[in-house]
Structures are given as structure tokens and as C-alpha cells.
Design a protein around this ligand. Structure first.
Ligand code: NAI
Length: 350
């Protein structure tokens, strides 16, 4: 495995590989940047095809954390950890404790918490041996509420830039996924006069949206094809593929789901078709923004002071307008403009 030649390597400051054969632990921690402050990013626990795939995931996700925090104006850097294996088969109290002791050895440059394959209870178990755990019930609340508020600020910027409209009155919006974030987003859109079309694999939440918001229900496989003004992905990542980008009828795509663009080419297709894309890690930064007070309780992260929560969330509106302006002026996609802006803030070379 050659780290420096990996296509995802981006002058990462530190990459650590940990093994504890006795408990079956194999993990990789990647710290992309601590230029703005100690690194922060979740722990992902999943099987990977190869160790190289695990490494690439850690490298890519830690870089994305740097970008997300930088564009949210937070004094934290980007890191990410992956534990390799099927959590259902190998996760144990002993493994989680061993992992926590490894995180302690990295010291004050990295704080971590939940991600795919990890629950709040798992993070609390690790916290029994490690002070570097964020997102435990003792020190933070439900991030989905501020995430939904941040997404709404971002959608306001999209409405302003694309349609010259303040708010969502009479706007036709397709919301994909009515979970913790998507439901909050749909509720606010409805309150501000949007006409909703919704899809979810759960029939109960779809039925509730039809009753409470007067929403039109469509199949999950058709939601991206709806003839609407805004398509708001709030379920899975990778929903904008090179194929679906050609099928999308909305005039703008922006929402909560992480990594909506399956490839940068998919983003280019949207741009070529005149469809505005709001980079997801700018819109969905509310979770990490709201986690800052909890992060302040972690050793090494005490100085991470930020604006009050409502101001930080509202700043997503201005940041997104800056990104759209820059993209238009430079003839780039919003995704490329956001990345460029984040790298300037971090001081990372292009
Ligand atoms: P959730 O698990 O509460 O909700 C996801 C919803 O999508 C569920 O209702 C699920 O039934 C539905 N869904 C799953 N597959 C679907 C499909 N094929 N078509 C339509 N609906 C489908 O998750 P949550 O917390 O609402 O997060 C949504 C997205 O936002 C995820 O991509 C997550 O990574 C991202 N995000 C969430 C944050 C948070 O604070 N919860 C923070 C940043 C990003």
C-alpha cells in the first residue's frame, strides 16, 4: 500500500495505522490538516474490499472534513478514522476500548465521534477510556435539528441566486428522504409556502407528509425526475450520477445528504444543463457547527470558540452566495469553487 502515491493523498499531515490482533482491531486515522485548529471527524466502522479502499476513504473523508469546517468558519481541522471490518461481527467492548487507547496515543490533535457503523452507545463505551470523543449524549444534543436549519439557510441562498426570490412561496420542491433532517426541512419549506413532492422508502413518513404538508407522494426511484424548481436530496449519497444528472428536471439541486455527486463529471453535467448545485458539505454543516460547544470540552480543543449557533447557521446563506458568485465568474462548477475557497482558507496549496 503506497500512501504518497494514493490518488486521495493530499499532503495529509498524519496517517496512523493501528492493529490489535487480540481484539481484531485494524484501523486507519487520517489527519488532513490542523492549520485552523485540532482535527475533528467521525469514526466509520465498515468492511472494505481492500486495505487500499479503507485508506482512500480515510484520506478522502478527512479532506472533506477540512473543507466543511473551513467553509463553516470553524477553528478546527479535518480528520477521519476508519475501523476495518463488519461491525455486526467484530464490534466488542474490548475492541472499542482498544481503539480508544489508540486515539489517546494520537493525543490532542484529533477528536472523533459517530459515523457509519457506530452508535452513540459505542462512542460512550470508547469515552470510558478516551477523553477525545465528541457526540456522546453527555456533551451534545441531536445534530439533525441544526443541520435542517442550516440546510434551509442554504436553500434560501439557492432560491435567491437561481430565482431572485426571498423564501419559498409557491416554489415547487422535491424532498428525497423524510428522516431526521429531511422532515425538518420539509416542515419549514411547507411553513413558508412551498409546494412539496416527497419520497421515502418508509411509507409511514410519506403518509404523514401527505397529511401534514399536503405533499404529493412519488416513488423513491422517480423523485429526481420531478418537474420542480428545487430537488432536495436528504437520504443517501451518490444520488447525482452521470446518468441521473441527465434525468433531473429541477432547476437546482441542494440538500443535506452527504456526497450527493457520485463523480465530479456528474457535477459538470448539471452545470452544462444549467442546473445549479449547492455543495452538500456547505449546506449540511449545521451538525458540526452545533457540536462546537461539546468539542470545547475535549482536551486540546478548548480554544475552539465560534460565533453563536444561530449566526453560524445563518452564515451558510452568505457563504453559498459567495461560492455561486465565484463559480459563475470563473466558469467553474460550484463544487470546484467551494473546494478552491476552502483550500484558500486552510492555506493548502491548489
Ligand atoms: P435518517 O436516517 O434519519 O433519514 C434518512 C431518510 O432517508 C430515512 O427516512 C430513510 O427511510 C430515507 N431513505 C433511505 N433510502 C431512501 C431512498 N432510496 N429513497 C428515499 N428515501 C430513502 O438520516 P438523517 O440524519 O436525516 O440524514 C440524512 C442525510 O443527511 C444523510 O445523507 C446524512 O449523512 C446527511 N447528514 C446528516 C446530518 C445530521 O445531523 N443528521 C449532518 C450532516 C449530513
Amino acid at each position: 500500500m503506497d500512501i504518497w502515491d494514493s490518488r486521495e493523498f493530499d499532503d495529509h499531515e498524519q496517517v496512523c495505522v493501528f492493529t490489535d490482533e487480540e481484539v481484531g482491531l485494524r484501523c486507519i486515522v487520517a489527519i488532513h490538516s490542523t492549520k485552523l485548529g485540532p482535527a475533528c471527524g467521525g469514526t466509520r466502522f465498515k468492511p472494505y474490499h481492500t486495505d487500499l479502499h479503507a485508506l482512500e476513504d480515510a484520506l478522502r473523508l478527512s479532506r472533506a472534513m477540512s473543507y466543511k469546517s473551513a467553509l463553516a468558519g470553524l477553528p478546527v481541522g479535518g480528520g477521519k478514522s476508519v475501523i476495518i471490518g463488519d461491525p455486526g461481527a467484530i464490534k466488542s467492548r474490548e475492541l472499542l476500548h482498544s481503539y480508544g487507547r489508540f486515539i489517546n496515543r494520537i493525543g490532542q490533535t484529533f477528536a472523533t465521534g459517530e459515523d457509519v457503523g457506530m452508535s452513540v452507545a459505542d462512542v460512550e463505551t470508547i469515552a470510558e477510556v478516551s477523553p477525545y470523543m465528541a457526540g456522546i449524549s453527555a456533551n451534545s444534543g441531536d445534530p439533525s435539528i441544526p443541520t435542517a436549519i442550516g440546510v434551509i439557510h442554504g436553500l434560501r441562498a439557492v432560491a435567491k441566486w437561481k430565482f431572485g426570490q426571498d423564501g419559498f412561496r409557491n416554489m415547487r420542491v422535491a424532498v428525497q428522504g423524510l428522516g431526521a433532517v429531511g422532515w425538518g426541512v420539509a416542515k419549514q419549506l411547507h411553513a413558508e409556502g412551498a409546494e412539496l413532492t416527497v419520497a421515502d422508502v418508509r411509507e409511514d413518513v410519506v403518509a404523514a407528509a401527505v397529511t401534514e404538508f399536503g405533499a404529493k407522494a412519488v416513488s423513491p426511484s422517480d423523485i429526481h425526475r420531478m418537474d420542480v424548481d428545487l430537488y432536495v436530496p436528504c437520504a443517501l449519497g451518490g444520488v447525482v450520477t452521470e446518468r441521473s444528472a441527465l434525468e433531473i428536471c429541477a432547476k437546482a439541486v441542494a440538500g443535506a445528504a452527504n456526497n450527493q455527486l457520485a463523480s465530479s463529471r456528474a457535477g459538470e453535467i448539471l452545470a452544462e444543463r444549467g442546473i445549479l448545485f449547492g455543495p452538500d458539505y456547505v449546506l449540511n454543516a449545521g451538525g458540526i457547527i452545533s457540536g462546537m460547544p461539546a468539542l470545547n470540552t475535549i482536551p486540546g480543543h478548548e480554544k475552539a470558540k465560534v460565533l453563536p449557533l444561530d449566526q453560524s447557521l445563518a452564515a451558510i446563506y452568505d457563504r453559498l452566495l459567495q461560492i455561486f458568485g465565484r463559480a459563475e465568474a470563473a466558469g467553474k462548477t460550484p463544487e470546484a469553487a467551494a473546494e478552491e475557497m476552502a483550500r484558500e482558507i486552510i492555506g493548502h496549496k491548489a
